[in-house]
Design a protein around this ligand. Sequence first.
Ligand SMILES: Cc1ncc(COP(=O)(O)O)c(C=O)c1O
Length: 352
Amino acid sequence: MVNYDLEFGMQQEEILTDQQSIWRYASLLPVFNTSNQISLGEGNTPLLTLNNLSTKYGFKNIFLKDESFNPTGSFKARGLSVAISKAKEFKRKKCIVPTAGNAGGAMAAYCAKAGMEATVVMPIKTPSIFKEECKLYGADLILVDGLINDCAKKVAALNINNEFFDVSTLKEPYRLEGKKTMGYEIAEQLGWALPDIILYPAGGGTGLIGLWKAFKEMKKLGWISGKLPRMFAVQSSNCAPIAAAMNHSENWQTKFIPSATIANGLAVPFPFGMDLMLQVIKESNGGVCIIDDDAIIIGLKEIAKTEGLIISPEGAATWMALNQLCTNKVIKHSESILLLNTGTGYKYFENL
Ligand SMILES: Cc1ncc(COP(=O)(O)O)c(C=O)c1O
């Protein structure tokens, strides 16, 4: 992980730039030379209020951090902007990634902008738009019959000679730094305050871990005070390794049988960052919630009809999880709640 020399009391005016992207937080990101920043205008996404759903179900306040506004339509743009910028700083020419879909498109786009070669390894059963966008951005696309863990094996085999800059989730520290900017933005959009609860659709977990890292950095800087949000990971019932790890701890992997889900980004059977995710959940007094594909579709349609937003199935899962957690009295309707919509729903029509 990247650590910074943060001093308590450093003023926001000294640190924040006036760029309308994640590069507003450039001093808190690990790219040294501004000429290496590869930007497509990522970040600075809206914090919407789901007032129709709040009224309908009696919530005080539900925010939606809407990451569908990012280049390539997902929050993956933040991490890939930083990782590809760093690859440029390291003078690397070729990048590779295993992906459930969105990270591949984002990497391909940032490599195109940086003039680098991109190789994307993706499960064969991914909606075709995720494949087509990679090809349009000029990437080499390799399809694998399996889930993202099988794609990761393929990447390791292809990169045995370290020919590529490998941006596999959490195997390098830079994507996490890009993702953490969501945490800074949320605090800034709420007037340097945070909600009581955050629900995040967790696959490999960079968003969850990144948000938490941002909150801790902001505490160190003295930009926020008080209790940090309780962090809830939302998973698909087809692939819920965090729940398995929490329930069976040590030997969960031997009994675990994952399968694909319509929320492609949640099909991450053996996340490399499991321990870090568990630590965030424990430290924040949060939890995990499992939602099945049928419920995800119900949630997605309800948000479209009620709020006028076609969000990703991953994002829709957080809305269904909120209902479940309220029914189980884990979360109160009176708390301030933030759902993360990690991507656009427009790429998933084939799944619906
Ligand atoms: C739309 C969407 N949401 C959530 C996730 C999960 O993200 P992470 O692996 O960073 O936890 C992904 C990953 O592909 C995704 O594409």
